[in-house]
Design a protein around this ligand. Structure first.
Ligand code: UD1
Length: 416
């Protein structure tokens, strides 16, 4: 695993172009398993999670290639198997369940264990498949799902799970009759996958609202598509400007997708101006503290929670943040404290007293967004920090060090 060396206390300024959304691209890739023919996916980020998913698709017989701006997928017959190790290494791989059940009538995936941000069970996905007529067995450390023919069903989720919404949407595209998902997740990535599947010939309505209706069709073809911008990457760079007292511009963003973040940083004193596809931010001389709780979309995203806590260390006064989506997502705060941050964790919430003068230290990233928070904090800290475990950051951020450097940061990658 590589590490980053960061010389902090340099304010970031300039313009950064946001890449396609990781959490959309990964799902569009698996959705292609439902179709046949050639797909061209534009705006796919070059991150290691995308490489991992490409490995999963290749093992299933899909031809995956990249050119300078796009990914090409050629899907004919699906005849391989899901590689256990790759599936285990990336939670998003459970999304192959829906498409493979629909297309092959059976699928085996490794049961996810606990992960670095919480227990992450699959009960909502599995209950949905069962309502559609699937049987699910646990064999060793695998889930084995079988459904010779999936039937449409009226399914009410106990919680608006993003992954379960996508999995059931995909399974339902070729089921017999209509499927209704109630209390569905409303994230922009769900709207993206609906547009993609409909481009392949599916009949889905309602994505972006709590009720999604899917009418089963006989077969799906291929389509070309451009992935929406990554709202979490956008939020991370926005907060990089803010934590360093800089000012800058995000290009290729959809400001409405991070409305709760923009409201919050405006209330903290930042000047934010949005246009159709850009956001500019100017940092105030003094950051005000905040209170916020993470929520499913359109609430404040859990994937920006750690970065927000990093920024809170520079606000004047006590900030409070509740984590209401995942049950264990504060591991990175121990590392922030090594820089001198004053953070108190209390089960599902955290209080941050600021401003603290952070000083460089040796840190270990343990997960993707926690790792991004450590990078932000190191950018604000006095002196040199070393961040180990950069592979976690590479899962979701394309060339983060190069892009931060182009904004004026002093950051270098050392391969180990
Ligand atoms: C997706 C995103 C992730 C983001 C999360 C919430 C991808 C690849 N990942 O993850 O970055 O943080 O949405 O916005 O898109 N739950 C259950 N049972 C289930 C499913 C989920 O209890 O069957 C719980 C989870 O443990 C968690 C909460 O629901 O506490 C949210 O999970 P979910 O919305 O499913 O997130 P993911 O799809 O895993």
């Amino acid at each position: 695993m590589g590490k980053f060396l960061v010389e902090g206390q340099r304010s970031l300024n300039g313009s950064v172009r946001i890449n396609g959304a990781k959490n959309s691209a990964l799902k569009l890739m698996v959705a292609a398993l439902l179709g046949k023919g050639s797909f061209r996916l534009e705006n796919v980020p070059r991150i290691t999670d995308v490489d991992t998913m490409a490995g999963v698709l290749r093992a299933l017989g899909v031809d995956v290639s990249f050119d300078s701006s796009a990914m090409q997928l050629d899907v004919s017959s699906i005849d391989g198997h899901t590689p256990k190790e790759l599936v285990k290494s990336m939670r998003a791989s459970v999304q192959v369940m829906g498409p493979l059940l629909a297309r092959l009538g059976s699928v085996e995936v490794a049961r996810p264990g606990g992960c670095n941000i919480g227990s992450r069970p699959l009960d909502i996905h599995l209950a949905g498949f069962e309502q559609m007529g699937a049987t699910i067995d646990i064999v060793g450390d695998m889930y084995v799902a079988r459904a010779p023919r999936l039937r449409g069903a009226d399914i009410t989720f106990r919680y608006p799970s993003v992954g379960a919404t996508e999995n059931i949407m995909m399974a339902a595209t070729m089921a017999e009759g209509e499927t209704i998902i109630r209390n569905a997740a409303r994230e922009p990535e769900i709207v993206d996958i609906q547009a993609f599947l409909n481009g392949m010939g599916a009949d889905i309505r309602g994505a972006g609202t709590p009720i999604i209706r899917i009418k089963g069709v006989r077969e799906l073809g291929a389509t070309d598509f451009s992935v929406i911008p990554d709202r979490i990457e956008a939020g991370t760079y926005l907060l990089a400007f803010l934590i360093t007292g800089g000012s800058g511009r995000l290009e290729n963003v959809i400001p409405e997708h991070i409305a709760p973040l923009l409201e919050l940083v405006s209330a903290m004193g930042a000047k934010v101006v949005t246009q159709e596809r850009t956001i500019t931010i100017e940092s105030p001389t003094k950051l005000k503290p905040f209170q916020v709780s993470t929520r499913p979309y359109p609430g404040f995203p859990t994937d920006l929670q750690p970065q927000m806590v990093a920024v809170a260390t520079q606000a004047v006064g006590r900030s409070e943040l509740e984590e209401a989506v995942f049950d264990r997502r504060f591991g990175y705060t121990q590392e922030l404290c090594k820089l001198g941050a004053d953070v108190t964790v209390n089960r599902s919430s955290v209080a941050i007293d600021g401003p603290t003068r952070l000083t460089g230290a040796s840190l270990v990233a343990g997960d993707l967004r926690g790792g991004a928070a450590l990078v932000l904090a190191a950018l604000a800290a006095e002196g040199q920090s070393v961040i180990h475990g950069v592979a976690h950051v590479d899962r979701g951020y394309e060339s983060m060090e190069e892009r931060l450097e182009s904004l004026g940061a002093k950051i270098t990658r050392i391969e180990e």
